[in-house]
Design a protein around this ligand. Structure first.
Ligand code: NAP
Length: 257
């Protein structure tokens, strides 16, 4: 397929590389910052364009991969006739593209993507949506060329997957940062926690997370919880409320009918 990409961030970079590797032709890149577009264009042997109106109509697909709150404005500036147009957002309805093309869809990668971190794209779930069967088939074929995990989901289900992904990835990573903050107060190396992090993730891969919970809160061990809260109050008081909320959540989950 001949594909142009609007945006040059994490998702634009990974999708451009994955589709180029799968044999598709990345034609043009536009980004708000021309320097960013030029860098991605260089790596995908495509053309960076300075103005969004310069995106050529003569393509099979345009992918909008910009911040959620910029999608509507970007879509309204495109002048691509009825070229297939998709966005990559988890929490944005397909309807946001209505009026920008007769052929619209969504291509949402359910993975945490950072542009300077490699990922095995063949295992990234690609969730697609369209209101046309013809477009669903086109997106299925495209997505399957880059990933072995392709699934059709509507906007509501995609929203729920994004919410779940925030819990499973974004919040968990933020909790790693909290753990590092705690260790930093004692000059301890975060490296010490890596086997624990790996084992926790490994268990979640093979078990129902509900069945492998450990720690003071599932034991409803109030004395230890109290000790931890006291430690936090002097070491990292900004983490005290978070510790308390999560502990209470676990206690409610396991100990309240
Ligand atoms: N990263 C992930 O893990 C992930 C996974 C799945 C889906 N998504 C979705 O993919 C989309 C892109 O996310 P991302 O992580 O790639 O974001 P990102 O790395 O922060 O990149 C944001 C892109 O949006 C552009 N942008 C920001 N504000 C803009 C504005 N007001 N007008 C025009 N362009 C603007 C930036 O352009 P310049 O750099 O040129 O300024 C940049 O190309 C979002 O809808 C996000 O929800 C992200």
């Amino acid at each position: 397929m001949r594909i142009s990409i609007i945006g040059s961030g994490n998702v634009a970079t990974h999708l451009a590389a994955a589709f180029a590797n799968a044999g598709h032709n990345i034609v043009q890149i536009w980004s708000r910052d021309f320097h960013h577009a030029s860098l991605l264009a260089y790596h995908t042997r495509s053309e960076a364009v300075e103005r969004i109106e310069l995106i050529d109509k003569n393509i099979d697909l345009a992918i909008i991969a910009v911040k959620d709150d910029a999608i509507a404005n970007i879509a309204s500036q495109l002048n691509l006739g009825n070229t297939l147009l998709v966005h990559t957002s988890g929490s944005t309805s397909i309807d946001i593209l209505k009026g920008s093309s007769a052929k619209i869809g969504v291509l949402y990668p359910l993975q945490t993507l950072s542009k300077d971190k490699e990922v095995d794209f063949s295992h990234v779930p690609l969730l697609i949506e369209s209101n046309s069967e013809e477009v669903v088939q086109i997106l299925k074929d495209l997505a399957s060329s880059a990933s072995s995990q392709v699934l059709e989901v509507n906007s509501e289900k995609r929203l729920s997957l994004h919410v779940a992904a925030v819990f499973a990835s974004n919040f968990v990573n933020s909790l790693y940062s909290a753990a590092k903050e705690v260790l930093d107060t004692q000059g301890l190396d975060f490296q010490l926690l890596r086997p624990l992090i790996a084992e926790t993730a490994r268990k979640a891969q093979h078990s129902n997370p509900k069945e492998v919970q450990t720690g003071p809160a599932i034991r409803n061990d109030q004395a230890t919880i109290h000790k931890h809260l006291e430690f936090l109050s002097s070491a990292t008081p900004q983490l005290q409320a978070l510790y308390e909320t999560l502990s209470q959540h676990i206690i409610n989950f396991y100990h309240k009918p």
